[in-house]
Design a protein around this ligand. Structure first.
Ligand SMILES: Cc1ncc(COP(=O)(O)O)c(C=O)c1O
Length: 378
């Protein structure tokens, strides 16, 4: 992982995101492509096993995306037409699209201004007889208050699904994200901490849920227990509607190799975040986010609140640095609308949130340049 660079910051753009594909991933993909088997096979199983060992999860299913993982988790929870799912609008579209795809209704709770995460105190009064699940998103990789969310869900007997697209490797009160709620969904999309091109992982804590998700991953067919037939096509019975959501061995080849680098990637991101926090804490016009000792962020993003956001973005751009809001509140979109006026913190958040680069391809010079630029004012 590059930490120093001879490149001149004036001549190249410091990007918000850069896909990271290791040399060993390229080699492994090449081997798989020539192996005679490229569908869902042994490498997918190896990736799931490696993920379980590294993260500490028990039942992981490799999928084509985090969107697929969210859709599948909702299916396993029997979310269907007319049901309600309490969630956040401070996220990427997938978190709510998957609810609509089950003909259910996303019900938005407010967020916390200093985390971007769903506010547990705004959940309970939104629960109705139709509420089936809570979908919490760990904004930027900083874990939500899972203790409170799980207590509320337990009291009302509703499911909890964590959208951990930003949060691979994050921990909450000593537990790795992926081991806390019945369902956790991860993303390996192009610019996530580790990529498989596109891909996702659904982690279940219950064996029965895992088996159901595994069947639904591939058309409701129990692939493990198919019986061979002399006529060629194995024998099975499809008793339920499923999907085609499995990961293939080409993508998993990248996953297996990138998993080996996850700890280094997280360490680098956390180091950059520590430097930003230290250096930017007293800069006028900047408000840093909450960072509690009981949880470790995975820092997919480094989001802050800034005064005069547009001027801030323009100043950074003029100095060769990208900054971005990454995701604006999704209820502003017609499909999820109308914009919810009662979500006060969500409104405040979206007026001043901005993310600056934090990925592992940033050099030390990039980080210094970003800090110097911000300290110079906007
Ligand atoms: C919070 C969140 N959830 C879900 C997704 C969807 O992930 P994927 O692209 O792997 O389907 C994303 C993608 O960036 C995301 O940011």
């Amino acid at each position: 992982m590059t930490k120093q660079s001879g490149e001149n910051n004036k001549t190249r753009m410091v990007r918000m995101f850069i896909p990271y594909v290791s040399k060993s991933a390229v080699e492994r993909v090449s081997n798989t492509l020539q192996s005679g088997y490229i569908g869902e096979g042994p490498v997918v199983a190896e990736f799931e096993k490696g993920f379980n060992t590294l993260i500490g999860t028990r039942y992981s299913l490799a999928l084509s995306s985090c969107t697929a993982a969210l859709h599948l988790a909702l299916a396993v929870c029997n979310v269907g037409p007319g049901d309600e799912v309490i969630t956040t609008a401070q996220t990427m579209a997938a978190t709510s699209h998957t609810v609509l795809a089950h003909y259910a209704k996303p019900v938005y709770a407010d967020i916390q201004y200093l985390t971007g995460n769903i506010d547990p105190q705004d959940i309970e009064h939104r629960i109705t007889a139709r509420t089936k699940a809570i979908v919490a998103v760990h904004w930027a990789g900083y874990p939500c208050n899972m203790e409170k969310i799980l207590i509320i869900a337990g009291k009302h007997k509703i499911a909890v699904i964590e959208d951990a697209a930003h949060a691979i490797g994050a921990t909450y009160k000593g537990s790795p994200v992926g081991t806390i709620s019945p369902f956790t969904c991860f993303s390996f999309q192009a610019v996530k901490h580790i990529t498989t091109g596109d891909g996702g992982m659904l982690c279940c804590t219950q064996e029965a849920a895992y088996h159901k998700a595994r069947r639904l991953r591939w058309y409701g067919i129990d692939r493990k227990n198919r019986k061979p037939s002399e006529l060629g096509e194995p024998i099975w019975d499809m008793a339920e509607t499923g999907y085609k959501y499995q990961m293939n061995d080409i993508a998993a080849s990248m996953g297996v190799e990138h998993l080996r680098e996850l700890s280094d990637i997280l360490e680098r991101r956390r180091l950059i975040a520590r430097i930003y926090r230290q250096e930017l804490k007293d800069v006028p016009g900047i408000t840093l986010f909450e960072s509690r000792d009981d949880r470790k962020s995975a820092y997919w993003l480094f989001t802050i609140h800034v005064d005069n956001r547009l001027e801030f973005v323009r100043m950074l751009k003029s100095r060769g640095v990208e900054a971005s809001v990454v995701h604006l509140r999704i209820d502003a979109n017609t499909v999820f609308g109308p914009l919810r006026e009662d979500l006060v913190n969500l409104g405040r958040f979206n007026k001043s949130q901005i993310s600056i680069p934090v990925h592992n391809m940033l050099t030390d010079k990039d980080v210094e340049h970003i800090i110097r630029s911000i300290k110079g004012g906007w």
